[in-house]
Design a binder for this molecule. Structure first.
Ligand code: G6P
Length: 610
């Protein structure tokens, strides 16, 4: 996830671009840059790090001109560095891009074979070269972009400048957001509404497969195939604060609702549906490495640790490789036996958590191979690891992790399938079911989100006074129960326990009475009957049961006092759908209590202390 912005009009572009980027910084903040048409041609300034670094660079250099584009980056391809920062240039063309180009490796090879040389590791630079190549055959900027994009597969919102056409910007979109703003004497573009609100509330939303030519007097819209389009502007009545959260009350809620998108971006280009396999060229493990692994140790903290428990179950079931999971702080604090033949998977949203970093380092020093699963490109854990497999959830602002957890689950499952394919432990039919099932998950979540939010809001009204809540699940639902309890503790300060349902009778059952709600996860998997029995045991102690059930499962629903429905999935995929109502439960209780949902007391997003 990155942010793009553009201005063509009668005022100076740079202040508008910087202001817009500041309002888009929530979309990414590892580097930023602007390109402006000046009297000398297109001039570019880029800087690594937060936007203030770009601002300082611009204070020194200045950048006069009224037409320009800007970008704030959240690295996906290529680490955060000045050469990888946007805008990217090829000949007279400068491009900013938000999205992921799926066929970038093939395009890069093709361009390099015909003599183009790349200066960055990004997928975006390829777009710049493709457009440049097309302009060489005499096409104007708009037509060249149309042709160039016909070669591109993936997600993009782009804004392009050409030295040859200094009064214009061309923008185009597929799967990444793009909005135009129109005011007297200026036309704007941005990834999101807040960037434009200080200048205009007259906006136009581009649809996938559309391209627009922006000039100071307005815009011309068409489809990528050239069909002309007309669209009227819409008046946006949001306040700037509402706009930053896209109308959601809190970032946590916004991020819960962003999960289908976060998953889509994380899966993009990695599900090889033709071969029923996973394409992970970036991991850096060969097929032979995959066969040589003797044991996998998954290390993480907090929410990421819960993702690793699901990961362990998947790895053992699908790749038949012994796997253990351990809290990073415990692993590094003892004399763990680890060495050659072990693959350590260090999972961390931030990629900076000190305990995870130190534990993975210690394992590497003793001869283990380390694979990082992180959301922040170029962060400390991927830097020290032998290979990295990034999640593409975009920056997460709420301290309590939601969409990054979802993306971590996706990477752990994809890695398990990848490994299973290489070790010959999953056959074609099984792999097809998993890959196709995974491809359906983002839609399955999206279709139910609003309804689930309403159902959970209603349930929470009846249970908001509960002082203790128990979450139960078996198998893959066990780590989700742990995560449900952690989310509730984190944001609402209500005491909660996540338990393996089979363990209830070994302790927590003593806590049960009519005042303790028990949230039971019961997807229709191999544990269903035993979880039903555990539910009956809790009911017999007068506990109130809130069930997370499969849609239409009347049997389970009859056992519950209240229930939420989730989509029916392949049983290995149930965590993706069962965790959503639990996140919403925590959110709704916290909102009801009026806690500081996005920055709960005593917690920090990134923990770099021991
Ligand atoms: C903190 C955050 C949690 C997160 C944990 C691990 O405690 O508040 O949301 O799960 O750190 O962070 P990581 O960045 O390593 O996933």
């Amino acid at each position: 996830m990155c942010g793009i912005v553009g201005h063509v009009g009668d005022q100076q572009a740079t202040p508008v671009l910087l202001d817009g980027l500041r309002r888009l910084e929530y979309r990414g903040y590892d580097s930023a840059g602007v390109a402006v048409h000046s009297r000398k041609g297109i001039e570019i300034v880029r800087a690594v790090g937060k936007l203030r670094n770009l601002e300082s660079a611009l204070l020194k250099d200045g950048l006069p001109g009224t037409v320009g584009i800007g970008h704030t980056r959240w690295a996906t391809h290529g680490r955060p560095s000045e050469v990888n920062a946007h805008p990217h240039v090829a000949g007279p063309i400068a491009v900013v891009h938000n999205g992921i180009i799926e066929n970038h490796s093939a395009l890069r090879n093709e361009l390099e074979a015909s003599g183009y040389s790349m200066s960055s590791e990004t997928d975006t630079e390829i777009i710049a070269h493709l457009i440049h190549r097309e302009t060489k055959s005499g096409l104007d900027m708009l037509s060249a972009i149309r042709r160039a994009l016909s070669f591109v597969e993936g997600a993009y919102a782009i804004a392009v400048l050409s030295e040859e056409e200094p009064d214009r910007i061309v923008v185009a979109k597929n799967a990444s957001p793009l909005v135009l703003g129109v005011s007297k004497g200026a036309t704007y573009c941005a990834s999101d509404i807040p960037a434009l609100l200080p200048y205009t509330n007259e906006m136009v939303f581009l649809e996938d497969g559309e391209i627009a030519l922006l000039e100071a007097t307005g815009f011309t819209l068409s489809k990528l195939d050239g069909t002309p389009l007309t669209r009227r502007t819409r008046k946006i009545s949001w306040s700037p604060v509402m706009a930053e959260k896209a109308g959601y009350k809190h970032f946590m809620l916004k991020e819960i609702f962003e999960q289908p998108r976060a998953l889509e971006d994380t899966l993009r280009g990695r599900l090889d549906r033709e071969r029923a396999d996973i394409a992970t060229p970036e991991i850096g493990l060969s097929d032979d490495d995959a066969k040589r692994i003797k044991r996998i140790i998954l290390l993480a903290c907090g929410t990421s640790h819960h993702a690793t428990i699901a990961g362990r179950y998947w790895l053992e079931e699908l790749a038949k490789v012994p796997a253990i999971t351990e809290l990073a702080s415990e692993f590094r604090g003892r004399d763990a036996v680890v060495g050659e033949g072990d693959l350590v998977i260090a999972v961390s949203q931030s990629g900076e958590t000190l305990d995870t970093l130190m534990a993975a380092k210690a394992a590497k020093e003793r001869g283990a191979m380390v694979l990082a699963i992180a959301n922040v490109n170029g962060s400390a854990i991927p830097r020290m690891a032998d290979g990295s497999f990034y999640t593409h959830a975009g920056p997460e602002i709420g301290v309590a992790s939601t969409k990054c957890f979802m993306a971590q689950l996706a990477n752990l499952l994809m890695f398990s399938i990848w490994l299973g394919r290489r070790r010959g432990t999953i056959d074609d039919a099984q792999a097809t079911e998993l890959v196709e099932g995974l491809a359906r998950i983002p839609n399955q979540i999206a279709e139910r989100l609003r309804e689930t939010h309403l159902m959970v809001t209603d349930i929470v009204r009846d249970f908001s006074d509960a002082r203790d809540v128990l979450f139960l699940g078996r198998g893959l639902s066990y780590p989700m129960a742990l995560e449900g309890a952690l989310k509730l503790k984190e944001v609402s300060y209500v005491h909660a326990e996540g338990y393996a349902a089979g363990e209830m009778k070994h302790g927590p059952i003593a806590l049960l009475d009519a005042h303790v709600p028990v949230v039971v996860l019961m997807p229709q998997d191999r544990h269903y009957d035993r979880v039903s029995s555990n539910m009956q045991e809790a009911r017999a102690r007068e506990a109130k049961i809130i069930g997370v059930t499969t849609e239409g499962d009347k049997h389970a629903q009859a056992l519950c006092d209240r229930f939420v429905e989730v989509a029916k999935t392949h049983e290995a995929l149930s965590p993706f759908v069962t965790v959503v109502p639990l996140q919403l439960y925590a959110y709704c209780v916290a909102d009801h209590k009026g806690t500081d949902v996005d920055q709960p007391r005593n917690l920090a997003k990134t923990v770099t202390v021991e």
